[in-house]
Design a protein around this ligand. Structure first.
Ligand code: F6R
Length: 609
């Protein structure tokens, strides 16, 4: 992952770089650094372990200034988080480099460069790249040529940006497998891993293609394709409505994003809020493609994978279409037997997740009819490379733990279920009913948010615990999985989800008074079965925390703590129960004092394998 920002201007850019890093911190936050070329053409650098705020402190205590610079916020892959491993890395006392991605052949390159006398000061894979640049520059080549020659030696994924004191106006950059965007200014140019980092300075962007190398000065911008030929890439103007990453009245972005769900869900419903569902909501070619779909293959990671698991129930049950769901990191390497006429659906909040992107790139015709991505980020790699696109309108999600992106993905899947179901005999009345129910979803979610206080009270029981089990059945099993993922990632409590019927096949052995068991227990066809499973827990001394909309039979008594949920239409329940579990995790983490928005070891956008 990691975030890169670079600038070449006629004005001082250190504050632009720092602001860019603050906006990119979602990509990694274990160390940060920046390097500038000052007026005397010397390299100036700060590197710190920790978040961007620590780097800011160094800058305020000992400012470094310059009109050309690069900056980086890191999520460690090779080498522990430390100042020495933080980027930029330097070679030959002249060139500095930042990198996002993984260099797979770094071991051989390191050996070769060491033999030539290059000294390594970090444990990173990145350092080989800067020494390759140094090698080229020392041989008298230009910075551009050095970068073009260097990338030819690299295997793996990277976005790179470099500056050199002998080319004091220039930034060169390259992209292969990791995102990089050019921000075009007036008399200044910028680069970043995500346009969001540059919205403060420009609204004009160029999305680089794989293999591109860029040479930027304040007044010139040249892009070269993989074969070394100059190319022109389209410039996109992004609307002036800058998305402000501001917590407002909320203590954390995660809480703000949980509370934004009613409006995010409304926005995602879009035209369906007061009209019919039209295929074009999925793209101009959707109708023709949907007509041929016989099966669906969903591929995603993490929370987005859980959305896919929920969707399988809907696609099979409501639309009558067979559906497989798989995590992208497995799917991409598996030798598969694919059904004919399969639509590949990728799901990704960021649209940049490396494994999901690789799965899309591997899944070509004739295996697949075509691809649809459900993503929250327009112009992301997955959006650009898919045949059809459904954009969730959740707005920027800053908290590392995904909340509103997940529930809006569920809405996208319900709409897809209707669109495909129509072609497979979905009754018009049921379609109407489903769309009517969806229109009411924001209101139902609002009711769950009003349970915040009660959920907070329930959360107190978890603070001293080290483990938790989440149980669900049917479509609510993936909701239990999502609840467990949320709890573990932000509170560091070990949490696992099981289909409740599996309990007696092993996990029951874990149950005692120290193992809270959270049950997702909506009033549905499986409720009675679930109740029996929960009895198995109770009779073994387990402590139950039950989220239920039919509280009959769930007495709030010793060992059983019930959180009454609103009685909403059955198909909306997965969304409502998710919101309740998000609040539970949030309050546990808050009381444990963890870093809710930036949990340890994680990053928001996973652009490495
Ligand atoms: C968990 C979480 C992650 C992401 C996963 C995929 O709260 O956010 O599990 O869901 O890294 O990311 P996207 O959806 O951007 O592909």
């Amino acid at each position: 992952m990691c975030g890169i920002v670079a600038a070449t201007a006629r004005r001082e850019v250190s504050e632009i770089l720092l602001e860019g890093l603050r906006r990119l911190e979602y990509r990694g936050y274990d160390s940060a650094g920046m390097a500038l070329i000052d007026n005397e053409h010397h390299l100036q650098m700060h590197k710190q372990q920790g978040k961007v705020a620590v780097l800011e402190q160094s800058q305020s205590m000992q400012p470094i200034l310059g009109c050309v610079g690069i900056a980086h916020t890191r999520w460690a892959t090779h080498g522990e988080p430390s100042a020495a491993n933080a980027h930029p890395h330097i070679s030959s006392q002249r060139v500095a480099l930042v990198h996002n991605g993984i260099i797979e052949n770094h071991v051989q390159l390191r050996k070769e460069l060491k033999a030539e006398g290059f000294e390594f000061t970090s444990a990173t894979d990145t350092e080989v790249v800067v020494h390759l640049l140094g090698q080229q520059l020392n041989a008298g080549h230009s910075l551009l040529h050095a970068m073009q020659a260097t990338v030819k030696r690299l295997e793996g994924a990277y976005a790179l940006a470099a500056i050199d004191i002998k080319h004091p106006e220039e930034v060169v950059a390259a992209r292969e497998g990791s995102p990089l965007v050019v921000g075009v200014g007036i008399g200044e140019n910028f680069l970043a891993s995500d346009q969001m980092a540059l919205r403060q300075v420009t609204d004009r962007f160029i999305y680089l293609e794989e293999g591109d190398v860029v040479q930027a000065t304040p007044t010139h911008l040249s892009i070269f394709a993989r074969n070394g030929e100059p190319v022109t890439r389209a410039q996109t103007m992004i609307s002036a409505a800058v998305e402000v990453a501001d917590r407002g009245e909320f203590e954390h972005f995660m809480l703000k994003e949980i509370y934004e769900q009613p409006s995010a869900l409304s926005a995602t419903l879009g035209a369906v809020a007061d009209g019919p569902l039209i295929d074009e909501q999925f793209g101009a070619e959707a109708a023709a493609l949907f007509d041929q779909v016989e099966t669906v293959q969903i591929v995603a990671c993490g929370t987005s994978f859980h959305a896919g698991l929920v969707a399988r129930y809907w696609l099979e049950d409501i639309a009558g279409i067979p559906c497989d769901v798989e995590v992208a990191s497995e799917f991409r390497y598996r030798k598969r037997k694919q059904h004919a006429n399969t639509l590949l659906v990728t799901v990704s909040q960021s649209g940049e997740t490396a494994d999901t992107l690789a799965a899309l790139r591997n899944a070509t015709e004739p295996q697949f009819l075509g691809s649809l991505v459900i993503s929250n980020v327009d112009n992301s790699s997955l959006v650009r490379e898919s045949d059809l696109v459904f954009l969730t309108r959740a707005g920027a999600e800053i908290g590392v733990a995904s909340t509103k992106a997940f529930t809006t993905q569920l809405v996208a899947f319900l709409l897809l279920t209707v669109a495909l179901g129509r072609r497979h005999g979905l009754d018009e009345k049921i379609e109407q009913q489903l769309l009517d129910e969806l229109r009411e979803l924001p209101r139902w979610v609002d009711q769950v948010l009003q349970l915040d206080r009660d959920i907070q009270r329930m959360s107190e029981a978890f603070i001293q615990k080290h483990h938790a089990l989440f149980l669900g059945r049917g479509v609510h099993y993936p909701i239990a999985m999502e609840g467990a993922l949320k709890l573990k990632e932000i509170s560091y409590i070990h949490a696992e989800a099981y289909p409740a019927g599996e309990l007696k096949h092993g996990p029951l052995a874990l149950v005692d008074a120290d193992m809270p068991v959270v049950a997702v227990a909506p009033n549905d066809d499986l409720l009675e079965k679930l109740k029996s499973n929960l009895e198995e827990v109770r009779s073994r001394g387990g402590e139950l925390y039950v989220f239920a909309d039919n509280v009959d039979g769930f007495q709030d008594e010793q060992q059983v703590h019930v959180l009454p949920m609103p009685h909403c239409p059955e198909r909306l329940k997965p969304v409502l129960y998710t919101v309740a579990l998000q609040l539970l995790s949030y309050h546990v983490a808050l009381q444990k004092g963890t870093d809710v928005d930036k949990p340890r070891n994680l990053a928001k956008s996973v652009t490495v394998e």
